[in-house]
Design a protein around this ligand. Structure first.
Ligand code: ZN
Length: 410
């Protein structure tokens, strides 16, 4: 067996209420059970302030929502959609509360995106307060343009999802953000990078000495756009979309080279029924479940296929996320004085991933039928076994809020 530090999934959306009031199927309880089954012992979810609510109020409310039900430890990012001078003191209050990252802040999504002047002020003030800004990078103008064209042509079926949000939109947004960060001398973290070109823009900036960090997800490493032309295509709709297969290799290389520091899942578990309520690509609820399959897939496809060394995998899934998001050394390492969050991992155990075996309430997995070699046998949270051979044996509400400190810039 391998004894690994517990996995930290820094991008989950439990009980997210998306467009049209549709709520994701996994709440903090169910979602965290699914995560624990896959060896995840800490997640970072999002607090999204209601209109008129301050950032610290939103964080506290979200913390209370999770406490009492979540079964693994957690931290929070806070979403910001507008920011002015009057909001600056809220950053210090957040740090006091143990929240040191903001996001995912949208450059797309007309209703969610932040005004450019607000973003510039936020980047500077967040840097000064020791708070990391994380960005969803897709250029809204290019997405609107692609959408208009498709609508004019009457091409709005699932197979057009990729075309409706082209790589160009991601790359343009990443470059725009990098330029802004350079001018303002601020660090930046890009969530779910989906393309080789997007990763290359980050690599170039890092080579030029900029502190730009980023993550990708198993679906961008392992799946490709062809899914949108197969039956069940709606289940694969997420933003940004799946890309041509050549991007898979480029993203693996970006992980191996350290251009991207984290692999996360963007776990966003709409049910099959919710996903299939529409066949129009613009209307399908975007997002896929993923925490439970993160470690087995990355081990099998990364270490098993020689794309990553085992220590690299541990960094990408535990050490780096803990460092970047201020949880280290309490989390992200097996050491005296750290929380004993561990996975006892059987590198020889072969499993075929199927939805009925999964613990997410989504009821499907984008990796249906994938064969993995290497699977968690035990998951330990602070020394307590919470998952044993596919059985949850923890306790509802045993997860704790972790007070994040200022993260490291890797
Ligand atoms: Zn997300």
């Amino acid at each position: 067996m391998l004894v690994l530090p517990g996995v930290i999934d820094v991008h989950t959306h439990y009980g997210l209420v998306g467009a049209r009031g549709v709520r994701t199927a996994d709440d903090f309880y169910q979602g965290s059970i699914s995560a624990a089954a896959g060896g995840v012992t800490t997640v970072i979810d999002y607090a999204d302030p209601l209109p008129g609510e301050s950032l610290p109020e939103a964080a506290l409310k979200r913390r209370r929502e999770a406490e009492g039900s979540i079964v693994i430890d957690f931290s929070l990012h806070v979403v910001v959609s507008s920011f002015g001078q009057q909001d600056v003191p809220e950053l210090a209050a957040l740090v006091e509360q143990g929240v040191t990252s903001l996001g995912e802040i949208f450059t797309s999504h007309p209703s969610l995106k932040i005004d450019t002047e607000d973003l510039r002020l936020l980047l500077v003030k967040a840097r000064d307060a020791g708070v990391l800004v994380t960005m969803h990078a897709e250029d809204d103008v290019l997405i609107q343009k692609a959408g208009r064209l498709l609508r004019q042509l009457g091409q709005n079926d699932k197979q057009y999802h990729g075309i409706s949000r082209p790589i160009e939109a991601e790359v343009t947004a990443i470059k725009w953000l990098i330029e802004m960060a350079a001018e303002l001398e601020c660090p930046l973290y890009i969530v779910h990078v989906s393309s080789g070109e997007g990763a290359k823009a980050i690599a170039d900036a890092r080579r030029a000495g900029q502190l730009i960090m980023g993550e990708t997800c198993p679906h961008y490493l392992l799946l490709s756009e062809g899914k949108y032309r197969e039956s069940g295509a709606g289940l694969y709709i997420m933003n940004p979309p799946l890309r041509e297969a050549e991007n898979n290799d480029a993203l693996w290389a970006a992980l191996a080279e350290g251009t991207l520091q984290v692999v996360t899942t963007d776990h966003c578990s709409y049910t099959r029924q919710q996903k299939e309520a529409s066949s129009v690509c613009f209307d399908i609820m975007p997002g896929v479940p993923g925490s439970e399959t993160l470690l087995p897939l990355l081990y099998t496809e990364g270490v098993g296929k020689g794309r990553l060394e085992l220590p690299q995998l541990v960094k990408l899934l535990s050490g780096n996320p803990a460092r970047i998001f201020g949880l280290y050394p309490q989390k992200g390492i097996i050491a005296v004085g750290s929380d004993a969050d561990m996975v006892i991992f059987d590198p020889a155990k072969e499993v075929i991933i199927t939805a009925p075996e999964q613990h997410s309430a989504a009821g499907y997995t984008p990796f249906e039928g994938w064969k993995v070699k290497g699977y968690p046998r035990l998951t330990l949270l602070r020394g307590q076994v919470i998952f044993r051979d596919g059985q949850f044996c923890g306790e509802r509400g045993s997860g704790r809020f972790i007070h994040a400190r200022q993260g490291q810039l890797l």
